[in-house]
Every structure is written in structure tokens, then in C-alpha cells.
Design a protein around this ligand. Structure first.
Ligand code: SAM
Length: 254
């Protein structure tokens, strides 16, 4: 999928908050090597470098568009093309940090143990992922996709997969680490602007759907999705659109 860094960063403040909440819980004072896995446009990578200025910080991502933006804006970090499923560090990192990224790949029962196995002794895997597959934001993408002239084009669309239940991550990680900290939060994002919840989705989960469509079908699909979204995400009297957004966090020390 081709990412659009500018659209993704439209709600940069809201997207940054869980990244900082995750970083705050990383129990490392002076890691030598830090990897930002699924680093996107690099704004969080830059903050990792600010928190641990002595560390070598590397951002890894499979999107050349995102890496291009990251390399241009964060020259103090290194960026490399890589896929979660196959990426191998040359030297074991002390921290693998991944914010809002690992849900784009399935197979977590093998991916998570593999990431733990790549860490140095005492190293930390810190992960945040959205748990939104049951929310209207995501459910309506599929519902609207199934009926309309775009249905055939969207029949087998790839999308960010449902994550596992928190207990399943606990069972997967706990036997492989010495300490595990897990929590979940539902943020009440107060989005500004027209059609704000749809604009949010266009930056991430809706993108695989839109990428499949011709301009004409895209317009029709977006109009139908926007109409359906107005029910669960109305604009409030002050102009904000409230988007409840559930996120699951885990910090595992090996
Ligand atoms: C929603 S963005 C998150 C970016 C950043 N971590 C942040 O907090 O803003 C998800 C990123 O994961 C990357 N990504 C998705 N699937 C990937 C994969 N299989 N391997 C590597 N990167 C992937 C995307 O290219 C995208 O930049």
C-alpha cells in the first residue's frame, strides 16, 4: 500500500499521544541501540532520539514514501527499508519500539516471539496497536465496500488485521520475558475540520480500499462511507468530532 505522509500527519497530535504514553513506560535508562519498527514519517523516531540522545536510533519501514519523509526530516537517525516479517538487525537492539504499526501484518503468534528473540539480553519490546476492528470507523469500511458498484473491486481488499485479544498477547509473551506490562486505553480524540473521522481514516485504515478504486468509484465509495459515518461520529456543538479510539499497549522485557 502506498502511504501519504501528509494525510497521515493531518492528525499528528492525536496520533502522537499514544506513542508518548508507550515511550513513558519503557524501563531503560541508556539503551545503546533503539529500533523504531514501522517508523512511518519519522516524527516519533525523532522523539526516541531526544529521549535517548546517546543511542543509535534506526527507523525501519516498508514504505519508501514514509522513509523518504523520515530521512528528510530526521537526519540524526538512520532509516532502512524492511518488512516486519523478515527484518533482521545486524546487531541485537536493546529496544524494539513499534507504535501503531504491527497490526498491518498478521501472524502475531510467530511475529511477536520472533521480535523478542532479536533483542539483546535485558532488552525491551514496546508495542502499541489500535484495537478498532469492531468500531464503526472500521466496520463501516467493510459494510459499505460490500454493496455498491465498487463491491467487486473491493472483494479481497487487504487491510489492517484485527489484533488478538489482550489475554492472547499475555499468554504469548509472558513465558518468553522476565517482566510484562500491558494496558489498554480508549482515547477520546476531538478531531477538528469537516468530515473529520473520515479524514482520519483516509490517512490509515481506509487507504487500502481507496487505492483499489478508479477516481469515479472512489468518489462514490467515499460519499457512501461519509454518509454512514455521520451517524456514529456526529459533529458536536463546538465543531469537534469525537472519535473514541481503543489502543492496546505492551512492554515486554526479556
Ligand atoms: C500508521 S503508520 C505508524 C507510523 C509511526 N510508527 C507512528 O507512530 O506515527 C504504520 C507504518 O507501518 C508501516 N508498515 C506496515 N506494514 C509493514 C510491514 N509489513 N513491514 C514494515 N513496515 C510496515 C507502514 O508503511 C507505515 O509507515
Amino acid at each position: 500500500m502506498q502511504w501519504d505522509p501528509a494525510q497521515y500527519l493531518r492528525y499528528a497530535d492525536e496520533r502522537l499521544r499514544p506513542a508518548l504514553d508507550l515511550m513513558a513506560r519503557v524501563p531503560l535508562a541508556t539503551p545503546a541501540r533503539v529500533v523504531d519498527l514501522g517508523c512511518g514519517p519519522g516524527n516519533v523516531t525523532a522523539i526516541l532520539k531526544q529521549r535517548w540522545p546517546e543511542a543509535a536510533v534506526t527507523g525501519v519501514d516498508s514504505s519508501p514514501e514514509m522513509l523518504g519523509k523520515a530521512a528528510a526530516s530526521v537526519p540524526e537517525c538512520r532509516f532502512e527499508l524492511g518488512d516486519f516479517g523478515t527484518w533482521m538487525p545486524e546487531i541485537a537492539p536493546d529496544l524494539i519500539y513499534s507504535n501503531a504499526a504491527l497490526h498491518w501484518l498478521g501472524g502475531h503468534d510467530t511475529l511477536f516471539p520472533r521480535l523478542l528473540s532479536l533483542l539483546s539480553k535485558g532488552g525491551v519490546l514496546a508495542v502499541q496497536m489500535p484495537g478498532m476492528h469492531a468500531a464503526p470507523l472500521r466496520a463501516l469500511q467493510h459494510e459499505v465496500a460490500a454493496s455498491g458498484p465498487w463491491a467487486a473491486a473491493l472483494a479481497d481488499v487487504g487491510f489492517a488485521r484485527p489484533i488478538l485479544e489482550p489475554g492472547a498477547y499475555w499468554d504469548l509473551l509472558r513465558p518468553r520475558c522476565t517482566a510484562l506490562d500491558m494496558w489498554e486505553t480508549t482515547y477520546m480524540h476531538a478531531l477538528q475540520g469537516d468530515n473529520a473521522a473520515v479524514q482520519w481514516a483516509i490517512g490509515t485504515s481506509l487507504k487500502p480500499f481507496l487505492d483499489r478504486l478508479t477516481p469515479e468509484l472512489r468518489e462514490g465509495y467515499l460519499a457512501a462511507y461519509s454518509k454512514a459515518m455521520a451517524g456514529p461520529y456526529p459533529r458536536r456543538a463546538d465543531g469537534s468530532t469525537l472519535l473514541p479510539f481503543r489502543r492496546v499497549f505492551m512492554v515486554a522485557t526479556v
